[in-house]
Design a binder for this molecule. Structure first.
Ligand SMILES: NC(=O)c1ccc[n+]([C@@H]2O[C@H](COP(=O)([O-])OP(=O)(O)OC[C@H]3O[C@@H](n4cnc5c(N)ncnc54)[C@H](O)[C@@H]3O)[C@@H](O)[C@H]2O)c1
Length: 434
């Protein structure tokens, strides 16, 4: 018998419900899909195990999937990102929900095991921990945490018809599995859809990462030297928003084209070694490991603030920071003060985990409306194409991607230009030239 839920405190449900009401009002595309799914029941009789940040926007998504006939089990995709009141509300609504803020890594994998114990037909992941765990069990790879998962999940993988992935780091891991021929079912890279990565990553994370830093430190961005590590989809959004608040923004980037793009956009581009000396606030958004490490902490100014917006807590090397420090003190929720040997103080936010979800509320729901509408439609596509897809990482089909953008435009009351017949045939022709 699988536990029905694992949440901090079910008595928080009413407060969680109010947050979900707020989110629903900002998510008109999911509202439209809800009506459609209630009629068509595309997920009738199917089980979905989802590993997502348990936020008010996620609650809207799982309710829409339920209204389309799915039985949803939800677990947290980060030990610190769960909104406990929302988790309580979902538990009270009858969802199998496993997650609370402040989980240990053991709790975290236990929750993944519980969500997988529902024997899903479809998986939804954010960071690929659920998919990787299921694959490790199927391959009988027992590491410290997946060894805790019930071995009877081993054959569960054969039942899964497909999955979706929400974030860049997860897509990277799944592509690595595909390259090694290890992927056992098709996965759609929702992250890479235009309606996701042009909005969620730069605008959603861009704004909410700064929101998290401001809530944690009450810091003034104007006049500060802000170092943004990574000028990809997320980092470019953070850099633009920090500049908009009056910060002097420096970008650290190893790829020539991205570095040139940052330079031409008017940012100072520098090596991490140089940036370490001038930064007041550092924000990592790379999906990579050890971006800020010992040699950089040794160069930093007194009072430097460190925050990470990347998916994993490996971008700022916490062990190196601990080694440099004589003491570490939690001086405020989500803020740890590291005192270094020479007296300098360094503030690490959110234990190096996603600053926007730990110190603030994550992306505004209206941007998650796009990402989660894509999730729902990608799941529907997997159901409709059951048995026809290979064990690969697929892009979101263009019709779904532009269909979601169209629904959002309609909800926002934004008009599109309509091409004339002459214009349509002109852009498809080659005969007419200069
Ligand atoms: N916080 C959130 O809510 C949220 C939302 C979306 C994505 N993410 C995560 O943010 C991270 C970045 O995502 P993205 O979509 O911007 O990826 P991306 O691939 O578009 O960009 C990453 C950039 O980092 C650069 N980079 C790699 N190593 C670096 C290093 N050592 N120093 C400086 N730059 C380096 C790469 O060259 C690339 O330009 C991922 O982990 C992703 O999963 C988080």
């Amino acid at each position: 018998m699988v536990e029905k839920y694992l949440v901090k405190d079910v008595s928080l449900a009413d407060q969680g419900f109010k947050k979900v009401v707020l989110a629903e009002a900002a998510m008109p595309v999911l509202g439209l899909l809800k009506k459609r799914y209630e009629r068509e029941r595309p997920f009738e009789g199917l089980k979905v195990s989802a590993c997502l940040h348990i936020t008010k926007a996620t609650a809207v998504l799982v309710r829409v999937l339920r209204d389309g006939g799915a039985e949803v089990a939800l677990c947290a995709s980060n030990p610190l990102s769960t909104q406990d009141d929302v988790a309580a509300f979902l538990a009270k609504e009858g969802f199998s929900v496993y997650g609370f803020r402040g989980m240990t890594t053991k709790d975290y994998y236990k929750a993944i095991g519980l969500a997988l114990s529902h024997k899903p037909d479809l998986t939804v992941d954010d960071g690929a921990d659920l998919v990787v765990s299921l694959h490790k069990v199927a391959m009988a790879i027992e590491d410290e945490y997946t060894g805790m998962l019930p071995p009877d999940l081993r054959h569960g993988i054969d039942k899964v018809m497909g999955g979706t992935e929400e974030t860049t780091s997860g897509v990277n891991r799944l592509k690595a599995m595909e390259r090694q021929n290890l992927l056992r079912y098709p996965v759609i890279a929702v992250n890479d859809a235009s309606s996701k990565s042009l909005f969620d990553n730069p605008l959603g994370t861009g704004q909410s990462a700064l929101d998290g830093i401001m809530r944690a430190m009450n810091v003034l961005f104007a006049g500060k030297n802000v170092v943004v590590c990574g000028f990809g989809r997320v980092g470019s959004g953070i850099a633009e928003r920090a500049r908009g608040m009056g910060a002097r923004v420096m970008v650290v980037e190893p790829q020539p084209i991205k570095a040139l793009q940052a330079h031409m956009a008017g940012f100072t581009v520098a090596s991490m070694e140089k940036a370490a000396e001038v930064g007041d606030i550092f924000i990592t958004a790379t999906g990579n490991i050890d971006v800020i490490r010992g040699e950089h902490f040794r160069r930093m100014k007194d009072g430097a603030i460190l925050a990470n917006a990347g998916h994993m807590d490996v971008e700022i090397n916490k062990e190196d920071l601990r080694r440099e420090a004589v003491s570490v003190e939690r001086i405020k929720e989500n803020v740890d003060l590291y005192r270094l040997r020479d007296g300098r103080r360094i503030f690490l936010l959110a234990e190096g985990r996603l600053v926007n979800l730990v110190c603030a509320e994550g992306h505004p729901s209206e941007v998650m409306d796009l990402s989660f509408a894509l999730q729902a439609e990608a799941l529907r596509y997997l159901v409709e194409n059951r048995g026809r897809l290979e064990n690969k990482v697929y892009e979101v089909p263009h019709e779904i991607d532009s269909g979601v953008a169209m629904m959002k435009l309609e909800a926002l009351g934004v008009a599109l230009e309509k091409l004339t017949d002459k214009q349509q045939s002109y852009i498809r022709s080659w005969q007419a030239g200069t």
